[in-house]
Design a protein around this ligand. Structure first.
Ligand SMILES: [Zn+2]
Length: 60
């Protein structure tokens, strides 16, 4: 197995960027991730929350 370890920009922990994921990112034309999956998940949830809040405030 060939994989890269990347240091997360957010929590500074190292995480494994597996060959499978590298393939997936390459196929999608995406650059290597800068943050670990945990932080990515949190950021995703946060941006979803923000979008929801903006939607709710427009309704009022
Ligand atoms: Zn992280």
């Amino acid at each position: 197995m060939n994989y890269k370890t990347i240091r997360c920009d957010n929590c500074k922990n190292e995480f494994i960027f597996s060959l499978e994921e590298q393939d997936l990112y390459k196929k999608r034309g995406l650059p290597d991730p800068r943050v670990c999956p945990i932080c990515r998940g949190m950021m995703g949830a946060k941006s979803r929350d923000k979008a929801r809040l903006e939607y709710e405030s427009k309704k009022r």
